[in-house]
Design a protein around this ligand. Structure first.
Ligand SMILES: Nc1ncnc2c1ncn2[C@@H]1O[C@H](COP(=O)(O)OP(=O)(O)OP(=O)(O)O)[C@@H](O)[C@H]1O
Ligand SMILES: [Mg+2]
Length: 261
């Protein structure tokens, strides 16, 4: 492990509903089975909330005492370093996979106990090739040797680039993040088919950016009610009170959860 510890500056004003929804997600994932360790987060389109949800989940897992690794595998357009205000010279996945550094340097401890992180490294024009390289296999083998309880892998949108599918050979499960009013049904269907082709289990769908205004479709289902859209099972959360977030939609959102029918 790199001997530098990374401090992550999380937004301080995530509201109660958000935090609860992340805990629900953590619980649901824990019930996916003990062999589900490496989990890919992807979505149909950019901006659906993969990075935020996957990082918050990683933090929640670490806080519950699980040895957790967050791998930022979006080496096209990662926001981790800027979003969490990570300072100092760091190395990441793109450098490891292209032979510029070694495993011992890319895993960082963080100021959150049990939370370890692999940063994406500098932008690479051909991430797919890097993920197909034997060095990627070697990386995940080393990760396995380090015996994490859970490895959360944040990837670019599968509706746009193939990276998540290429990485799926190292995953035990995939979570699809769907932005409630933004993701098209057609897009979901297409990405679901792609996931099916990988042969990796779709663990569930996170329904994000759920509008919870009075009178909206989900409002009467706040906390654990049923909603009639989607497939598989899902859990979602919506916008909370984080005013610093540059979201397009400023309406009040809360979490909604669908139980298996
Ligand atoms: N539930 C939510 N509540 C408030 N803000 C949210 C929520 N989900 C996502 N956002 C905001 O939406 C934006 C996009 O989120 P994020 O970066 O997690 O998406 P992404 O799917 O990883 O995007 P990309 O495809 O570009 O990697 C960010 O500003 C994030 O803070
Ligand atoms: Mg992202």
């Amino acid at each position: 492990m790199n001997n530098m510890t990374i401090s992550l500056r999380f937004p301080e004003n995530d509201d109660f509903a958000f935090t609860e929804a992340i805990k629900t997600l953590r619980t649901n994932i824990q019930f996916s089975g003990s062999r589900v360790k490496n989990i890919i987060f992807t979505s149909v389109a950019p901006n659906d909330g993969k990075s935020r949800i996957s990082m918050m989940l990683a933090k929640a897992c670490a806080e519950s005492g699980k040895k957790t690794l967050f791998v930022d595998a979006d080496i096209r357009k990662s926001v981790t370093v800027s979003r969490y205000d990570i300072s100092g010279e760091t190395v990441g996945l793109s450098q490891l996979l292209s032979g510029q550094t070694d495993y011992g340097h890319v895993v960082y401890g963080t100021d959150i106990q049990n939370l370890y992180i692999v940063l994406p490294g500098p932008y690479s024009p051909s991430p797919t090739e890097l993920f197909e390289d034997v060095s990627c296999e070697a990386f995940f083998r080393r990760v396995e040797e380090d015996q994490y309880d859970i490895v959360i892998i944040d990837t670019p949108p599968l509706g746009t680039v193939i990276d998540a599918a290429v990485l799926s050979r190292f995953a035990d499960g995939i979570v699809l993040v769907v932005a409630s009013e933004e993701t098209s049904r057609k897009g979901i269907k297409r990405v679901k088919e792609q996931i099916d082709r990988t042969g990796v289990r779709l663990l569930g769908v996170v329904l994000n950016k759920v509008r919870m205004d009075k009178g909206s479709y989900y409002s009467s289902y706040y906390y654990g009610g049923k909603y009639g859209y989607g497939y598989g099972y899902g859990y979602g959360y919506g916008y909370g009170g984080n005013k610093n977030d540059s979201s397009k939609n400023h309406k009040k959102h809360h979490s909604a959860e669908r139980k298996e029918n």
